[in-house]
Design a protein around this ligand. Structure first.
Ligand code: G6P
Length: 609
């Protein structure tokens, strides 16, 4: 959601910025733009189409410059139209890009109007540009770095910004509070970006700014001040951001590529796991895990569903009471804090605003034992939690999460086994068996991926529908939720998931011969009950699409379409059953011709509330 790139150099940086925006496209956006200091003043190009369109405009207009900022915008305040696209100017002197939301924009706007500023956009961003401008005339006395430091003191909300002004060539100032921003260090040139990936190939030396930092980029160095306006030194890290992550290879979409990467991603997530030990989660994990009496999981979207799955594992295998909460709800409701709970945040990006705020809220209630399961090691979430487990899914570009989910499940299963072992609920033989099955997962996933042709045949049917129901029981209910989420996100088919036992308490009223009902039917303790639920659907004419085990005795029949799952290990079955649901959503979306990797209205990293 929103992306920033900025640069100062002794060469034309427009190509670097446009390429950076292209690499940030995956975060989700609906307009984009670039501004440069050219012929002594800011000049810009903006587009409400794709970055490719912006690139064409830039080439045509001959926009070049050595001081520049660029942006992909995901509209919050003001529609995605050209005059709201960033960079936003103040008095043709300042060019500014912004991620996040300024909560006090209305009062600032009034104040600035009173000082003679005219607003030409509906964005909250424009108040920052004018605020910096007014400060430059007064307290900041013509010093952009100082003006930004003063301006950020007046801003409430979450943001990252990058800005330059016409009077200070080769200076770009950035600030971060709640939205990610990294500094890329070059030779006689320096850069800013929301994500190191944007600068892959340009530099591998990065500084991850901390909350409240303000940075000034010049050609020969950078200066940082912290939230108290004191000079700060930040570690320079070598990051080999993999630009290959943005290459599609033989795949039609990133989502398809990422679905097929899952055997590798899970193998990588398991790398180095020789046995079940608390150290997998950090040096002090054993002490923490011994003190806790429960688990509280906080997450959003797909990550929330991995948490729901983990609850089944944690309560059955480790016998640890577990609650799972949607982060955006938890952060605002009155809850009963328990200092002995382990707060687990789950996030692909590690920058989801609601999950970060929920974590901070949990901490503010005196719950200090925190653990992040996250795919981005440099993220704020990893920095702000005491313990963590990094999933190694690699960069996930498709907005609809796939490999991040199954690697999260892998990490959560390891957490379950660790807590079970510390509580004496895991024998050596059980540990060895679970580990064997975890190591077998990549091969098992390859067998599931081989079902793709059968799923494509189903997808043609689904593409003609406007509604679908997903049923699962027990461990597979959260997987049904995830399957329904995938379908609605990318194919725009209305899909709902229910625990199959709830059918007759409502959703059965929706079942007609027009309703496809996807059923996850592993041969577990609940399979006979599930078969009764399936009869209830068939009796109303519903069309069943069943993922069944070979030995579950569920056969193809009129209105009953069966895909047989390869043999699998019961406890890890949710991971395997996720994959055909991803493929079903993917091929249905392809058949409907939607923008699979960038579904309408959605963003990859939701960095605003
Ligand atoms: C967005 C994405 C989802 C993701 C959710 C949580 O809604 O589109 O795919 O599951 O954010 O993101 P996180 O990075 O915290 O896992």
């Amino acid at each position: 959601m929103c992306g920033i790139v900025g640069a100062v150099a002794k060469r034309d940086v427009v190509p670097v910025l446009v390429e950076g925006l292209r690499r940030l496209e995956y975060r989700g956006y609906d307009s984009c733009g670039v501004a440069v200091l050219q012929d002594g003043k800011p000049q810009r190009a903006r587009s409400v189409a794709r970055v490719a369109d912006l690139a064409a405009q830039v080439a045509e207009s001959g926009l070049t410059g050595e001081t520049a900022v660029a942006h992909t915008r995901w509209a919050t305040h003001g529609a995605p139209v050209t005059h709201n696209a960033h960079p936003i100017f103040s008095r043709d002197e300042i060019a500014l890009v912004h991620n996040g939301i300024i909560e006090n924009h209305e009062s600032l706007r009034e104040e600035l109007r009173g000082q003679g500023y005219e607003f030409v956009s509906q964005t909250d961003t424009e108040v920052i540009a004018h605020l910096i401008h007014v400060l430059l005339q007064g307290a900041a006395a013509g010093d952009l770095f100082k003006a930004v430091r003063l301006a950020t003191k007046r801003l409430h909300g979450a943001y990252a910004i990058a800005v330059f002004r016409k009077q200070e060539p080769h200076v770009v100032v950035g600030a971060r509070a709640g939205s990610p921003l990294v500094v890329g260090l070059g030779n006689g040139e320096n850069f800013l970006a929301s994500d190191a990936l944007a600068l892959a190939g340009t530099t591998d030396q990065f500084i991850y700014l901390e909350e409240g930092d303000v940075v000034e980029l010049r050609l020969n160095g950078v200066q940082i001040v912290d939230r108290h306006d004191a000079p700060a030194t930040r570690e320079v890290r070598t990051v080999h951001a993999y630009s290959g992550a943005v290459e599609l290879g033989p795949y039609r979409h990133y989502m398809q590529k990422e679905i097929f990467e899952q055997p590798r991603a899970i193998g990588d997530t398991m790398e180095g796991v020789e046995g079940i030990t608390p150290e997998l989660f950090g040096e002090n994990a054993e002490g923490v895990f011994k003190q806790i009496d429960s688990v509280l999981i906080l997450a959003c979207g797909t990550s929330y569903y991995s948490g729901l799955t983990a609850k089944y594992w944690l309560e059955s295998l480790a016998q640890v009471p577990t609650s799972v909460e949607v982060a955006s709800e938890y952060r605002y409701r009155d809850s009963v804090p328990n200092p002995k709970t382990l707060v687990v945040t789950i996030s692909q990006s590690g920058e989801t605003a609601d999950t970060m705020a929920a974590l901070q809220h949990a901490q503010s209630l005196g719950q200090a034992h925190t653990l992040a399961i996250c795919n981005v090691g440099t993220s704020a979430m990893v920095r702000e939690t005491a313990l963590h487990y990094l999933t190694r899914a690699g960069t996930e570009i498709g907005v609809a999460s796939t490999k991040a989910f199954t690697t999260q499940l892998t990490a959560l299963f390891l957490l379950t086994l660790t807590l079970a072992k510390l509580r004496g609920r895991l024998t050596a033989a059980q540990e060895a068996e679970h580990l064997k099955q975890l190591r077998h997962l990549p091969a098992a996933l390859n067998s599931v991926l081989a079902l793709e042709p059968q799923i494509i045949a189903w997808a043609d049917d689904f593409a003609r529908r406007e509604n679908a129901l997903f049923l699962g029981r027990g461990l597979h209910y959260p997987i049904a939720l995830e399957g329904a989420l995938k379908l609605k996100e990318i194919s725009y088919i209305h899909a709902e998931a229910y625990p199959a036992g709830e059918l007759k308490h409502g959703p059965l009223a929706l079942v007609t011969d027009e309703m496809p009902v996807v059923t996850i039917a592993p041969n577990d303790a609940l399979v006979e009950k599930l078969k009764s639920n399936m009869q209830e659907v068939r009796a109303r004419g519903g069309q069943l699409y069943v993922f069944a085990d070979a030995d579950s005795n569920i056969q193809n029949d009129e209105g009953v379409h069966v895909i047989r799952m390869p043999e699998h290990y019961g406890q890890l079955s949710p991971i395997l059953h996720t994959v055909p649901l991803q493929l079903l959503a993917y091929h249905t979306a392809c058949a409907r011709g939607t923008d699979v990797d960038k579904p309408r209205n959605l963003a990859k990293s939701v960095t605003v509330e």
